[in-house]
Structures are given as C-alpha cells and as structure tokens.
Design a protein around this ligand. Structure first.
Ligand SMILES: Cc1ncc(C[n+]2csc(CCOP(=O)(O)OP(=O)(O)O)c2C)c(N)n1
Ligand SMILES: [Mg+2]
Length: 323
C-alpha cells in the first residue's frame, strides 16, 4: 500500500468496514428466526465501496442509496440501533419501522434515504446537488447504485443533466457483476461501465472496489473536484456480493454463478485484506484489532436487544409519515 493516508484514517476504514460486516453477519444469523420480515439485501463483500467513499465526505454532504443500503447508512454515520430496530419493524427504527431494510435513512447524518426502485434515487442525488448550488454551499451529494441501475433511462438523464449543469455530485456504481441472477456479461457487450458514463461528458474512472484505499482516493478526488465547482464524477467500483441477491443464504446452487467464482472473491475479502495490510505496516496490531472487533460485537448485540425489546408502531400511527 503506497499511500499518504494518515494511520488514524486507515484505522477508521477498518472500524467502519468491520462494523458493517459484523452487523450483516448478525443479520445472517438472525434472519431464520423470522422476526426480521422485510426483504433484506446484504452487502457482505462490498464494504470497501461504502466506506472508501463516505470517509471522503464531511457532515454536510449527503448520500442516497438503493435496495442494498445497510453499508451506506452505517458508513455515513447512521445509528446501529436505528438500523436494527428498522429491520425488526419497530417504532424506534430509523424510519419508525415503516421502511425496513431497503429504506434506511438518517437525515441528521446526511443519509437522505434509499429506495427499492432501481436507479430511483439517482435523480434525487442530482437534485440534492442542485439544491446545494442554489444555497451557494459547497456540499457534495453522492448516489450509490448497482450495475443494473446504469441500464435505466433515468440514470442517463441524471448523468446528462449533472454534467450539463456541472453539479457537485459523485455517482458511485457498485458493479458487483450481477443484477439478481443475471451476470453483466449477458446484459452488456463491455465489462466496463465507466466509459458509458464518460460519454455524457463527465469525469469517469474505474477502481478496484475491494480496495478501500483505492476507493477512498478516487472518492476524495471526486469530492474535491465537486467542491471546487468542477462538476460531477462517475466512479465504477468493481466488487462482489457474497450472499444471494436477497436474503441470508449463499446461492451457488441455483446455476447463475459458480462456487469457484465466489471462492475467488472471498479470497479477496476487503475487510481481512485491509486488516492484513495494516498489521504488516504496524498500524493495527492483532490485539488492537481483536479489541475493536469485541467493541463492535457488543455494539451490534446491543442494537439487536434494543430492536427486539422495542415496541411495534401504534396502529394509530399507520398513516403518519407515509402520505
Ligand atoms: C425499476 C426496477 N426494475 C426492476 C426491479 C427489480 N430489481 C430489484 S433489485 C434488481 C437488480 C439490481 O441489480 P444492481 O443494480 O446491479 O444492484 P445489486 O442488487 O447487484 O446490488 C432488480 C432488477 C426494481 N426494484 N426496480
Ligand atoms: Mg449488481
């Protein structure tokens, strides 16, 4: 790792990524209890993208996401208790228990929201960027989305408008190579997405989405250019989800992808590889790492207990906040 990133920030990368991993592994363990009843899309294996980008943001910056939004919510500072309570449909959830896994929001930390409509929040991120310019602020907005979102018309309308108006928005495509069960090789002639974005006249780059340092450096460059008023950037981060499209299981038995492919990506585990690098550089010892992991384990256990003990929303609240 040749990087000038300070050790404290590199440690923060680890803490954030390990928190997301711990939280989602807890969901894997708890889902079969059937108390979490919302469709739940896990990002295990993809943590470096959310963390690399969000670490390049500051408090006033905003984030929007899609159906696979846990990592973005947590990386932008959303509360762990608020997330678990939301998954359990409880009144103490970050959306009062009415949104569930695909609609996490934490406006107080800049996580404006998420929607299950593929590419649905991309124009909202463009709108947030436009709003920032109208306020004469240099806040930046980020849209997180998957590779299938680039196959939606609204994505291209958003890219064209953002480029035309030179808006402070960073488009972050988590290219995990699949849309549900369909590989990108069956949907597009090119394996690379970023050149299609570049065709709209904005800066566009491809990065290794399993390398948090590479993602952070691309994110920081994009955020800096947006803050300088130099317009939007599209970042394609190639990565891989370990679990099935929706739910806690593995899906290598259904015929869309092979165990060998999954094994190859699991060997490139973004959390473990960052830990190895930081240990080799003397930035995070195995003992320090174990104590961070223990704190995160307790944080997630507390969030689960909080969620389970919380009440469901009152029936009288049925129409509140949803009209
Ligand atoms: C407009 C729209 N079309 C179809 C769907 C059904 N759908 C849900 S997720 C998904 C695939 C999304 O793939 P991608 O954008 O690559 O994200 P990933 O799930 O891989 O993170 C589809 C087709 C939807 N939710 N919205
Ligand atoms: Mg995908």
């Amino acid at each position: 790792m040749t990087t000038s990133i300070p050790p404290e920030r590199l440690k923060a990368f680890y803490v954030q990524m390990a928190r997301i991993r711990r939280a989602e592994e807890a969901i894997v363990a708890l889902y079969p209890e059937q108390e979490i009843r919302c469709p739940t899309h896990l990002a295990i294996g993809q943590e470096a993208v959310a963390v690399g980008v969000c670490q390049a943001l500051r408090d006033g910056d905003t984030v929007l996401s899609g159906h696979r939004c846990h990592a973005h919510y947590l990386a932008k500072g959303g509360s762990t208790r608020g997330m678990f309570a939301e998954l359990y449909g409880k009144a103490t959830g970050c959306c009062g228990g009415k949104g569930g896994s695909m609609h996490l929001a934490s406006p107080e930390t800049g996580m404006l929201g998420a929607s299950a409509i593929v590419a649905g929040t991309v124009p909202m991120a463009v709108g947030a960027a436009l709003a920032a310019t109208l306020r004469a602020s240099d806040d930046v907005s980020v849209a997180f989305f998957g590779d299938a979102a680039v196959e939606q018309g609204v994505m291209h309308e958003s890219l064209a408008f953002a480029a035309l108006r030179s808006l402070p928005v960073v488009f972050v495509c988590e290219n995990n190579l699949y849309a549900t069960l369909t590989p990108i090789s069956q949907r597009q002639v090119s394996a690379d997405i970023w050149p299609r974005a570049a065709a709209h006249g904005l800066a566009a780059v491809g990065v290794d989405g399993n390398d948090v340092v590479a993602v952070y450096e691309a994110g920081a460059a994009a955020v800096a250019r947006a803050r300088r008023g130099e317009g939007p950037t599209f970042i394609e981060a190639k990565t891989y989800r370990w679990r099935e499209h929706v739910g806690p299981n593995f899906d290598t038995d259904v015929g869309s992808r092979t165990q060998a492919e999954l094994d190859g990506w699991m060997a490139r585990d973004p959390v473990a590889s960052l830990a190895r690098t930081l240990e080799a550089r003397g930035i995070l010892t195995a003992t320090e790492r174990a104590s961070i992991d223990a704190v995160l384990e307790a944080e997630v256990a507390d969030a689960v207990s909080f969620a389970k003990a919380s009440p469901f929303p009152e029936p009288a609240m049925l129409r509140t906040d949803v009209d």
